[in-house]
Design a protein around this ligand. Structure first.
Ligand code: SAM
Length: 152
């Protein structure tokens, strides 16, 4: 998968084919990051570039009142990552780590999560800042950060 070769000392699993849980992509994420190397390791809500959560038009009603939110949790599918890694090394540096001790995109279920700042809403296009994913990454879900979680 896209050149995620196993490095010396890393461990991959011989997994059976995934039977997906029937997730439905709700849209795609537009970012200026075309290659993996262009992506920051984590997004930056202050200084990162503007990105767009481009939802399928059918989800328009599901965005009612979202413009009142300042911060959103965005869930996405890291579609270009291999899914069999058990032990890996961050960007090839540092100690060998278990996949579940890392936020690496290489994991059995490649779900990414970021907290983003909502800048504005144009129809079913949400302009946000704070993402770290490739242009075209499938969008899974959006949830507001509520006051109990500190930010609003
Ligand atoms: N912020 C998310 C999280 O913490 O769950 C993802 C963190 S992960 C370390 C971010 C990295 O995943 C990026 O730097 C890039 O190398 C890689 N990546 C981004 N979009 C991807 C995609 N669609 N498929 C595979 N890898 C991707």
């Amino acid at each position: 998968h896209h050149g995620d070769a196993t490095r010396e000392g890393e461990i991959a699993a011989d997994l059976p084919p995934a039977s997906d849980a029937g997730l439905r992509f709700i849209g795609r994420i537009e970012t200026p990051f075309i290659t993996r190397g262009d992506c920051p390791r984590q997004g930056d809500m202050e200084n990162g570039p503007d990105c767009v959560l481009n939802l399928a038009p059918i989800y328009g009603p599901a965005l009612r009142e979202i413009g009142k939110r300042r911060h959103l949790q965005v869930f996405y599918w890291l579609h270009a990552a291999r899914r069999d890694m058990l032990v890996q090394r961050r960007k090839g540096e540092g100690p060998m780590m278990g996949t579940f001790a890392l936020r690496s995109p290489l994991r059995p279920n490649p779900i990414g999560v970021s907290v983003v700042r909502l800048l504005r809403v144009e129809g079913t296009r949400l302009f946000v800042r704070g993402l770290d994913c490739l242009d075209g990454t499938p969008l899974l879900d959006i949830k507001p950060i509520t006051c109990r979680e500190e930010m609003r």
